[in-house]
Design a protein around this ligand. Structure first.
Ligand code: XIL
Length: 344
């Protein structure tokens, strides 16, 4: 895949929490990554709770192994994620913070500074998801509030977002800095809030280079028109667009179609429909985002066996019925790979 594109084509290649899930030990995984991808994202091990489990106690060993493997194979790394509210991946000392808001914000800045500085020295960590999922999905005209440690401990304020971006820019002026989120391709009010934040940042000269669209999508949802329209809004702000976590689940457990019409085996018909869907998404990206603003496209995992969906998404109830990725359980190409390539 990478050979077909003039921008990064990546994959998340760690899956289990705080482990170098197969990339360092699994030669099948390595073969697929080295053949098709020019960039890797750590599925978990570069998140806050793993890099700074205790206040001031940084732990870089697993992430270093990951980044060094990439470097040895001329693969860049998209850093993920400096600041994310998701409960068990926030360090305990931050969750339980009882000091002042000003001191908490200083801790967030310190985390960003230390982590970005550490990985800048490697030379192949070229971009960061600086803040992940800070916008509210249920009440999308706002930032995430009570369900975010960062918002609450910053004194019920979203100021931590801009502080994180400023600290990241200061620590590595050459890294591309992204704000990353989900459903911004389909939730109009959330996208509007995103654009409002970008406009505000640009007015006040808060550094931000691009928006990461996670894109954990389904076969029929969201529509290509919706995806394109949302990306166009970011393009019009002059920022880069990066698809950061693409996967296309063949069952949609949130809609009426499932479990009623649950697909229980990955037939050729399903595989070809998924091929078409991958092609349309990649093509929409190519058509909507001008070359200079393409931050790249990354899939969230390599094989269907290591997708996060079956284990991490409550809606899937632990059932292995998503088949969302480009390679099957045995590391063989799926038609989806051809669809992705044809879209480029
Ligand atoms: C997921 C990992 O894939 C899982 O292994 C982990 O248990 C939870 O986090 N959006 C993101 C990613 O930005 O960090 C999430 O990764 C998937 C959703």
């Amino acid at each position: 895949l990478q050979a077909l594109a003039a921008f990064p084509i990546g994959a998340a290649v760690t899956n289990n929490d705080n482990s170098n899930f197969n990339i360092v030990t699994n030669t099948s995984e390595q073969a697929v990554v080295e053949k098709h991808f020019g960039e890797m994202t750590a599925g978990n091990i570069m998140k806050m709770s793993y890099l700074q489990p205790g206040n001031g106690n940084f732990s870089f060993t697993n992430a270093d192994t990951f980044v060094d493997y990439a470097k040895d194979n001329n693969i860049n790394v998209h850093g993920h994620a400096l600041v994310w509210h998701s409960d068990y991946q926030v360090p305990g000392f931050m969750k339980n913070w009882s000091g002042s808001a000003a001191d908490f914000i200083a801790e967030v800045e310190d985390h960003v500074t230390q982590v970005v500085t550490h990985f800048k020295a490697k030379g192949n960590v070229v971009s960061w998801d600086v803040v992940n999922e800070a916008l509210n999905d249920g009440n999308p005209s706002n930032f995430r509030t009570t369900d975010s440690t960062f918002y609450v401990k910053s004194g019920n304020s979203s100021v931590y977002i801009e502080k994180a971006f400023q600290a990241a820019r200061a620590a590595d002026p050459s890294a591309t800095l992204y704000y990353n989120d989900y459903n911004i391709d389909q939730n109009n009010a959330k996208t509007t809030k995103l654009i409002e934040m970008i406009t505000d940042f640009q007015t006040r000269e808060i550094p931000i280079d691009g928006v990461g669209f996670q894109m954990h999508v389904f076969m029929d949802y969201p529509s290509i028109a919706s995806i394109s329209a949302a990306m166009k809004k970011v393009v019009d702000k002059g920022l880069k667009v990066k698809i950061t976590e693409l996967d296309v689940a063949v069952n949609n457990p949130y809609s009426g179609g499932w479990p009623g019409n649950k697909i229980t085996s990955f037939t050729n018909t399903v595989a070809l429909a998924q091929q078409k869907r991958y092609c349309e998404i990649v093509k929409a990206y190519m058509d909507t985002v001008p070359a200079a603003q393409r931050g790249g496209i990354s899939v969230w995992g390599t094989t269907d066996a290591n997708t996060w969906l079956t284990t991490a998404t409550a809606a899937y109830n632990g059932e292995a019925i998503a088949w969302p990725l480009l390679f099957d359980n045995n590391y063989n190409d799926k038609p989806a790979l051809r669809g992705f390539a044809d879209g480029l």
